[in-house]
Design a protein around this ligand. Structure first.
Ligand code: GH3
Ligand code: MG
Ligand code: MG
Ligand code: MG
Ligand code: MG
Length: 322
């Protein structure tokens, strides 16, 4: 056993403290050039229930992280390596978006202050001076893992907030606000590269009758079914949004009008094929289509699609106008 016997009971306590933190992946990456120290530190970490991937130089660490993109909770990094120092790895972690939140504990034999300041400024979170006390080592690790856990929680919360602010609750499509933000950006991008985009607007035919005959709950289910068919009829890069109550809009980037007509037909057919279940008639939609070549600004292009949608309604519904 690599861990001294007299520390075992003490370590067991700290071990349980560490495992009480629900940090995401338990994974520590260790950079240490001395084989003896690397093995010792690794077994000390594993003893506390942590997973360890160890490296002896910058190149192997960076190559591994680049290739495998593991979720890392902590990096323990020796400063002086054989023929190099670990600055390259530290900078890689701090400058790579995917790893920038990984806390870094520096291992060093030196207690040189200016050297310490410099590493703190670059992004080191803590220092452990070798030779170290195992209890001190565990407690410092615990601090960093706890902070990392809180950061992960905040990130997850922010992601959820962002998603819910751009998503329609019922259909899980993008909402109207996100659509407007996106088309503004996309319009500029298409102008810049002189590319064409198309807009498809659709509205469910006689939807009010579904609500009136079968209830609002059934109406909601129909909306979800339509959203699902719609999403499945277009590319992943197309932006599908719920534009209003039973009205949807699709932005097809880099798509010429003739290709958008093909997509609109696919949408029309796939919605007609939604199972009728206990309802008496199939669901149909009316579609209005316009392309960016038909107007200077996106408001104009959307209002063209809208006009054509109402033309499709007036011309008998269940059809496309362009
Ligand atoms: P048209 O073919 O002319 O489009 O007729 P329509 O009945 O589909 O159109 P109308 O605009 O008269 O009615 C739309 C209905 O959609 C009225 C409204 O209560 C209903 N609606 C809007 N949002 C929701 C929703 O979230 N859930 C349900 N169940 N109904 C909704
Ligand atoms: Mg060293
Ligand atoms: Mg209507
Ligand atoms: Mg309608
Ligand atoms: Mg409507």
């Amino acid at each position: 056993e690599d861990v001294p016997q007299r520390l075992k009971s003490y370590i067991k306590n700290i071990n349980s403290i560490i495992s009480n933190i629900s940090y995401s992946n338990n994974l520590v990456i260790l950079l240490e050039d001395s084989d003896f120290q690397r093995k010792y530190i690794k077994s000390t970490l594993e003893f506390a229930g942590l997973k360890v991937i160890d490296f002896s130089n910058n190149e192997s660490l960076i190559e591994y992280l680049e290739k495998n993109k593991p979720i890392v909770d902590l990096a323990i990094v020796d400063y002086f390596l054989d023929g190099q120092n670990s600055l390259k790895s530290i900078l890689y972690l701090k400058e790579t978006k995917f790893y920038e939140q990984v806390p870094i504990i520096m291992l060093t034999v030196s207690n040189d202050l200016s050297h310490k300041y410099e590493l703190f400024m670059i992004g080191a979170n803590d220092f452990i001076i070798k030779p170290f006390d195992t209890g001190d080592f565990y407690l410092r690790i615990r601090n960093q893992l706890k902070t990392k856990y809180l950061i992960d929680m905040l990130d997850a919360k922010n992601k959820l907030l962002t998603i819910s602010s751009i998503t329609d609750d019922l259909t899980k499509l993008y909402n109207r606000r996100f659509f407007w933000e996106t088309i503004e950006k996309e319009h500029k991008r298409h102008n810049r590269i002189n590319s064409e985009y198309s807009i498809i607007m659709l509205d469910i035919d006689h939807f009010k009758k579904i609500n009136d005959n079968f209830g609002h709950g059934t109406g909601d289910l129909v909306l979800s079914d339509v959203a699902f068919s719609l999403k499945n009829s277009v590319r992943n890069t197309d932006i599908v949004a719920r534009y209003g109550g039973e009205e949807f809009i699709v932005l097809l980037p880099d798509t010429k009008k003739e290709n958008a007509i093909v997509v609109a037909n696919k949408i029309l057919n796939s919605i007609r094929e939604i199972p009728v279940h206990f309802r008496s008639e199939p669901i149909t939609v009316s579609i209005g289509l316009a392309s960016s070549r038909e107007g200077d600004n996106y408001e104009k292009i959307i209002s063209l699609a809208d006009e054509r949608l109402y033309k499709a309604k007036n011309n008998g519904r269940n059809r496309i106008e362009y």
